[in-house]
Design a protein around this ligand. Structure first.
Ligand code: DMJ
Length: 472
């Protein structure tokens, strides 16, 4: 499905599918049931965001990529595993509410929409039910971490005096609202509507931009750091996308997005000395001319907004979208490995390059390719496919090892150290976006599907026949 008529594009897509096979079969061989694969030492890996247990994060995160790529046997193998093994009452330690939602719940909801198999809906419901204690706060703003056995919830010690994080509590709405629609249980939607309403009614410092931290007990903003990268990113993404996912019914989301996108444009979007567009960060009103790799999703976000809103903002937003995507490509092109650093800066002497040692790594992140994919669909400019192909080659040269794909420690050093982690989002997002970049537009039609922040497509309400609402 979704083959492009052009033979080169078809070959490229096939190549990406082979990459997925390499990543998947090595995970199956060396780390089956573990959260992630260590491709060099060929064993399992568990990141702290998933607590201390192994709960097959890669299996659930990969489901829809396997399905989209037509890897049916692998998909069935994954389904069999989760049928007997995915049980959150066995999950030990503190688990991230945000990560569990975007990877597990998002992955299962998409698998349900694709297939109608109620096993996926039941597992998604089971997981969200286990997360609900995190919402028991005076404001309804959830804690970041929950212990799924005891129901105890708390925040990260490092987060501004016990605050919750904007990108985390702001990235639950799409999955929870959809879950209510397919189960007929309004509880999930109520939780995220409470979060939304609380934030909507809160005064922001200087009446502009959202700080990254909010205290769930006092309802007060924490440190005034603003970012479209780490700690802020998908809050903005979900305002736009929940408006789209709801079939453009959720006007509160749209209005909040429009205001935030205009504030970002006015206060954070900058042009470098040589004319590159980037999104800076802000700390207590002062700009820091640094952009995270994570913020590279914003190219696609502004593009989607421009296309769907078709109003006075559209022209400017499309040019921001093109500018940001171009700058993120530059951050790749200006490195020796042709992979982009975790963060890059703009000064009088450097542009789109990391400055500090700890900004030079690349951990198989998808955001730049996500923008290539969306901008390809929106503009049909062939350069986005060429940039995607450059990325495939760079991944092959620096990240592919016999046991899968690994991140690297320094994008400015060819043949340098590798980190020995195959992130689950590499299979969920990076390879999916690259595959779709070389596919026809009817494979995951953007009028019918909206990608959650982990690239799990959710059906658009009232438009997509795969929505599968609960019928009593
Ligand atoms: C993914 O889990 C999601 O894309 C999230 O929104 C940000 N971080 C990773 C990928 O970089």
């Amino acid at each position: 499905m979704g083959e492009d008529p052009d033979p080169t594009t078809r070959d490229r897509r096939n190549f990406v599918k082979k990459m997925m096979k390499h990543a998947w079969t090595n995970y199956v061989q060396y780390a089956w049931g573990k959260n992630e694969l260590r491709p060099i030492s060929q064993r399992g890996h568990t990141a702290s965001v998933f607590g201390s247990s192994s709960m097959g994060a890669t299996i659930v995160d990969s489901l829809d990529t396997l399905y989209i790529m037509g890897m049916e046997e692998e998909f069935q193998h994954a389904r069999e595993w989760l049928k007997t093994n995915l049980d959150m009452s066995k999950m030990m330690g503190d688990v991230s509410v945000f990560e569990t939602n975007i990877r597990y719940v998002g992955g299962l909801l998409t698998a349900f929409a694709f297939t109608g198999d109620t096993l996926f809906k039941e597992k998604a419901t089971h997981i969200v039910d286990k997360m609900l204690p995190a919402f028991n706060t005076p404001t309804g703003i959830p804690y970041a971490l929950v212990n799924m056995q005891s129901g105890n919830a708390k925040n990260f010690g490092w987060a501004s005096g016990g605050s919750s994080i904007l990108s985390e509590f702001g990235t639950l709405h799409m999955e929870f609202a959809y879950l209510s629609d397919i189960t007929g249980n309004p509880v999930y939607r109520e939780k995220v509507e409470k979060v939304r309403n609380f934030v909507a009614n809160l005064e922001r410092p200087g009446n502009k931009l959202y700080p990254n931290y909010l205290h769930p007990k006092t309802g007060k903003w924490g440190q005034q750091h603003v970012s479209v990268g780490a700690l802020g990113d998908s809050f903005y993404e979900y305002l736009l996308k929940e408006w789209l996912r709801s079939g453009k019914r959720d006007l509160q989301a749209k209005n909040m997005f429009d205001e935030a996108a205009k504030d970002i444009e006015e206060h954070l979007v900058q042009t470098s000395v040589s004319g590159l567009t980037y999104i800076a960060e802000m700390k207590y009103g002062r700009l820091e001319h640094k952009m995270d790799h994570l913020a590279c999703f914003a190219g696609g976000m502004y593009g989607l907004a421009a296309k769907n809103e078709q109003d006075d903002n559209s022209k400017r937003w499309m040019s921001i979208a093109e500018g940001i995507t171009n700058t993120c490509h530059e951050s790749y092109d200006r490195s020796d490995t042709k992979l982009g650093p975790e963060a890059f800066r703009f000064t009088d002497s450097i542009e789109a390059r990391a400055l500090k040692q700890n900004e030079r790594y690349y951990i198989l992140r998808p955001e730049t390719f996500e923008s290539y994919f969306l901008m390809w669909r929106l503009t049909k400019d062939p350069k986005y496919r060429e940039w995607g192909w450059e990325a495939v080659q760079a991944l092959e040269n620096s990240c592919r090892v016999n046991g899968g794909y690994t991140g690297i420690k320094n994008v400015y050093e060819v043949g340098g150290q590798q980190d020995d982690v195959q992130q689950s989002f590499f299979l969920a997002e990076t390879l999916k976006y690259l595959y779709l970049l070389f596919s026809d537009d009817d494979l995951i039609d953007l009028d019918q599907w909206v990608f959650n922040t982990e690239a799990h497509p959710l059906p658009v309400r009232g438009v997509n026949n795969f929505y599968r609402p609960h019928s009593s």
